[in-house]
Ligand binder design. Structure first.
Ligand SMILES: [Zn+2]
Length: 469
């Protein structure tokens, strides 16, 4: 009773805070102070652009993260690093013959090229015609370019900036285009950092060796990234997607480490740069409804956003945009009849649901995995359910048609205690079609005010590039 009362009060505070943020963000024509002009009244043409994508980061992700990151010792719910830069929202719908909820390929094509396309398309239109991206335009203009992600570097979002294929699953081809496509005699992207090493090895034309021969540093861990000297770099830190921040070994760079390393290189170009930074695994945790993974990756994305905005404050010719391509999973803050969402349970976790699932799938004892992964006591009944699902999975081979379904059934069982204790709800394992938040600060950020279309992001950036600066 006391708890729910306390929560009602907090919820009122949130809505007041939220409405005052929206109020100031939209009222940029009557700024209250000079600092306000700098963040929301800026019509300057940017020389440098840092475009940040929280893949799957729908509005409920931003609100949930505010609770998660809140300092429990104060009554106020502190704003996140994003909040003060809220500009409005963007519409995310694709141009697909059957579907009106976007995937990351159509989404990224929209905000990298300014054209809507079908789900699965990587910067080609419905007739498979190539569409030029803002990164390619920036390179043509003599700027430096970078892609920094936590997924495979060949994943849909980064792919849409520097390759053109009719199907996002053609990752070998995407990697080949990263190497083969040249602008003014140079590779399209100067800084490539993320996962997906398997697309650059001997089974796909030894692309990393070729990059090395062409003057790129090729690195595979945080130390090597730190010590690398060349302005051009290919960093591949995992065979597939990089591990989530909460589960990652220390030798792995975080998103913010990769972003810093990219900025050090790109900023040497007097003509400026275009850098796309993606918190890719916000979405990859949303799909299997893994709230621990989602909060881990939101935190990594916020760190990178903080670093980007502080960079823009000391380099006022820089624009920082942060947004999402769509929402994922139907994340609900407060499921069931109680008006409660409890981030403490999530904060106590030592590993993500995805990590624990992987460990059990590899044959590790479920009880041990739960003990090591959970920050609170899971009751025997739930451990038995997890063990039963683990048992069913162990009888299947990876190539069996039911394997993936059973793997998700195991993951659902593993995550049930945390979803229950935190009162986190989900409606789907796929994407959802609501508008997503737009955050922007620095040079040119005024353009992003109000409700825009996902294609407007590219249209605005093309116009900045055209105006030069
Ligand atoms: Zn997705």
């Amino acid at each position: 009773m006391t708890l729910s009362k306390k929560f009602t009060t907090s919820l009122i505070t949130i809505s007041l805070v939220a409405s005052s943020i929206v109020g100031t963000a939209f009222a940029s024509e009557t700024p209250k102070s000079d600092s306000k002009i700098a963040v929301s009244g800026n019509t300057k043409n940017p020389r440098n652009i840092i475009f940040m994508v929280g893949d799957g980061m729908g509005p409920s992700y931003n609100s949930a993260y505010r609770h998660f990151a809140d300092n429990p010792d104060t009554k106020e719910i502190e704003p996140t690093a994003f909040d003060q830069y809220l500009k409005g929202q963007q519409k995310t719908d694709p141009n697909d013959p059957k579907e009106n909820v976007t995937d990351s390929a159509a989404g990224a094509t929209a905000f990298s090229t300014g054209q809507k396309t079908y789900n699965g398309a990587i910067s080609v239109d419905e007739n498979k015609k190539k569409l030029k991206s803002v990164l390619e335009q920036a390179k043509e203009d003599g700027k430096s370019t970078g892609l920094v992600v936590t997924s495979e570097i060949t994943d849909a979002t980064p792919a849409a900036y520097a390759s053109h294929v009719d199907d996002r699953d053609k990752k070998d081809e995407i990697a080949k285009q990263f190497y083969n496509e040249k602008i003014n005699g140079e590779h399209t992207v100067d800084v490539l950092l993320g996962g997906g090493q398997k697309y650059f090895g001997s089974q796909n034309g030894n692309l990393q060796k070729k990059f090395k021969k062409d003057g790129y540093d090729v690195v595979h861990n945080k130390n090597a990234l730190k010590n690398a000297k060349s302005d051009k770099i290919l960093g591949l830190f995992a065979d597939e997607n990089m591990p989530l921040q909460i589960d990652a070994p220390n030798k792995n760079p975080k998103l913010v480490d990769m972003q810093k390393s990219a900025l050090q290189r790109l900023e040497k170009n007097k003509k400026g740069f275009f850098l796309m930074v993606e918190g890719s695994s916000i979405d990859k945790s949303g799909h299997p409804n893994d709230i621990t993974g989602v909060m881990s990756e939101m935190s990594g994305f916020e760190d990178a956003f903080k670093n980007a905005t502080s960079y823009a404050k000391s380099h006022p010719d820089t624009l920082v945009v942060a947004t999402a391509d769509h929402s994922t999973g139907g994340l609900t803050i407060g499921k069931g009849k109680d008006y409660v969402w409890n981030p403490d349970a999530i904060k106590s976790m030592k590993h993500s649901g995805s990590y624990m699932t992987e460990q059990i799938a590899k044959g590790k004892d479920p009880k041990k995995v739960i003990n090591e992964g959970y920050g609170f006591k899971v009751d025997e009944n739930q451990i038995n359910i997890i063990s039963k699902e683990a048992d069913k999975l162990s009888k299947l081979k990876e190539e069996d048609s039911q394997y993936e379904t059973q793997l998700q059934a195991l993951q659902d069982a593993i995550q049930k205690p945390i979803n229950d204790k935190s009162h986190t709800g989900w409606t789907t394992k796929g994407h959802t079609g609501e508008d997503v938040n737009m955050y922007a600060m620095g040079a040119g950020s005024n353009k992003f005010d109000g409700l825009i279309d996902n294609t407007d992001n590219a249209k605005f950036i093309f116009s900045f590039l055209e105006n030069k600066s």
